[in-house]
Design a protein around this ligand. Structure first.
Ligand code: AMP
Length: 210
């Protein structure tokens, strides 16, 4: 992949960041640093951090910048083979803090309209065992409650309920979308159309970074 190995993914919830991230780490051996996954794990384990984050997550709001930056800093610093940031940074303050921790080689912004976000997220199901992501409309499993890959239970994330999704999109548009211009200004932004589906998005990214 050329020299680009410190990468961040931007995009509204449901744009396909998680699915794209899985393919990118399999292909390029990068460390996958998903702040959403780390937080969900903290919540599941009932840690102090999880308890602090849960209220904001359930409401579709952002967890405070301080918590997020402290949580991710060490992981970025120890990812010596390169990293793929998924769900971070999400505010200009986080992007500025990140700039003090590490440079980035590329930022990939996946675009998706509000209507498509709502349609996708209400149909999203996640395997509780292996983490595989399905969509009941576009990539349905054989049985809507069972993972094709490992037989684990498929569940809906609490924040994928319809009433929370709309708020998550608003939060993205207000707090995170300004990062598109921020990184365009740094000359490292690449934009892809998320409505094309995960295979085409991955091809586009391979071409951009390959
Ligand atoms: P995600 O899986 O990336 O959609 O994240 C799920 C939830 O975790 C978000 O709706 C936020 O409440 C929280 N979260 C994840 N990453 C961040 C971040 N970088 N800054 C603030 N909150 C975050």
């Amino acid at each position: 992949m050329g020299s680009a190995k410190r990468i961040a993914l931007l995009g509204p919830p449901g744009a396909g960041k998680g699915t794209l991230a899985k393919r990118m780490i399999e292909t390029w051996g990068l460390e996958h640093l998903s702040t959403g996954d780390i937080l969900r794990d903290e919540v599941a384990r009932g840690t102090d951090l999880g308890l602090k984050a849960k209220g904001a997550m359930d409401a579709g709001e952002l967890v405070s910048d301080d918590i997020i930056i402290n949580m991710i800093r060490g992981r970025i610093e120890s990812a010596s083979q390169g990293f793929l940031l998924d769900g971070f940074p999400r505010t200009v303050a986080q992007a500025e803090a990140l700039a003090d921790i590490s440079e980035l080689d590329a930022v990939i912004s996946i675009a998706l309209s509000r209507d498509e976000v709502v349609a996708r997220l209400t149909a999203r199901r996640v395997c509780g065992q292996c983490g595989r992501i399905y969509n009941l409309a576009f990539q349905p499993p054989a049985d809507p409650t069972v993972c094709d890959a490992c037989g684990g239970d498929l569940t809906q994330r609490d924040d994928d309920k319809e009433e929370v999704i709309s708020n998550r999109y608003d939060v993205y548009a207000e707090s995170t979308a300004p990062l598109i211009d921020f990184y365009r200004g740094h000359g490292i932004l690449h934009e892809v159309d998320g409505s094309k589906g995960s295979a085409i998005v991955f091809e586009a990214v391979t071409e951009l970074l390959g």
